[in-house]
Design a protein around this ligand. Sequence first.
Ligand code: CA
Length: 231
Amino acid sequence: MALKRNIFLVEDEAHIQQLIQYNLEASGFLVSVFGSGEELLRQCASAIPDLFILDLMLPGIDGLEICRQIRLDARMRQIPVIMLTARAEEFDRVLGLELGADDYITKPFSVRELVARVKAIFRRTEGSQQAEGEIVRAGEIVLDPARHEAHKGDVRLELTLKEFELLKILMQNRGRVLTRDLLLEKVWGFDYFGETRTVDVHIRYLRQKIEDDDAKPLYIETVRGVGYRFV
Ligand code: CA
């Protein structure tokens, strides 16, 4: 049997802690519960989980700050984060995604929904944890990182280096919203002082090459104000 997935949960309300822990453990996950972000981050110094579930409103540092610190830590940068938020305003949702949360659930939530989201994230990360060089397929598009080739159906796509890298990171993170800043960092490098508009321009060229109608893109979706998602 595969190793159990380990989930760290930060939640200050005891009954919600228990509800989440009980249901996730019943689904075969290991859950460690923390009452505050400080406790969680202390634990992370010695052990890191496969997934974080962070309550937004906490007594000490809040869920967004925890998320920010997780994303600044090279050991934890890639670990998925689900935010639990009582604030339903769109602004906060987008902010959560900008800071690198992978998903969010608005309270009050159905625990069945939460378990389903957790499973969906693990299915997705299993996909993206496939070896760097592994071939990725989506619809008619086939990308072969090892050979540095991409095809649409039988046609080889003539992509520039940056277009290829953009397509690769989008396809490897299929279904996940990637912010412009993240794409800029991953494709152009950490020290690149370009504008995030650079990303938009390259996405436009990429769409002209891979979409049937680049005015109605089917592969690369724009998430307004945030970034892009490969669907
Ligand atoms: Ca709370």
